[in-house]
Design a protein around this ligand. Structure first.
Ligand SMILES: [Zn+2]
Length: 158
């Protein structure tokens, strides 16, 4: 499947995912890359993967449209945390640092509620299986109105 390009100002939201696996041998973006290629993607569909250790691995470039949230890919950045039910503090802190930096690099995020768990965009999913308030406490304090905490403030497209 072709990877489409975009301008950074097309990005309006950041979507948080989990890998849905607790197996240590799965905790690497190279494994996710293989899974996604088997599903027919050109390469891993996420822009970033965060290992249990807190190490951030890069998937797609920000100028590349991802493949992680049906109906929202062209306008989003996808971040995946390795895990199914257990997410380390190191992962959460790394995610918050990454998101804080992205917020400064992306000129056109929604004015509010731009940090969204995958489950709010796809009612059939529970992803990422943790409350984004865990990340919120570590985000830079000037980033107000980031998280749609209950899903009622975001317009579903699908
Ligand atoms: Zn997801």
């Amino acid at each position: 499947m072709t990877i489409f390009k975009r301008e950074l100002n097309a990005v309006r939201i950041i979507v948080i995912h989990c890998s849905d696996s607790e197996r240590p041998e799965h905790d690497n973006i190279s494994v996710i890359n293989n899974w996604h290629i088997k599903r027919g993607f050109a390469k891993v569909g996420y822009h970033f993967y965060i290992q249990k250790s807190g190490k951030i691995q890069v998937g797609r470039g920000l100028y590349e449209v991802g493949a992680h949230a049906a109906g929202f890919n062209s306008e989003s950045v996808g971040i995946c945390l390795g895990g199914k039910l257990v997410f380390s503090e190191a992962q959460i802190i790394a995610a918050a640092r990454l998101i804080s930096n992205l917020a400064r690099a992306l000129p056109n995020l929604r004015s509010e509620y731009w940090l969204i768990p995958h489950r709010f965009l796809d009612r059939s999913k529970t992803c990422p299986n943790f409350n984004l308030s865990r990340i919120d406490q570590y985000l830079d304090t000037d980033l107000d109105n980031k998280i749609d905490c209950n899903g009622k403030n975001f317009e579903y497209k699908i």
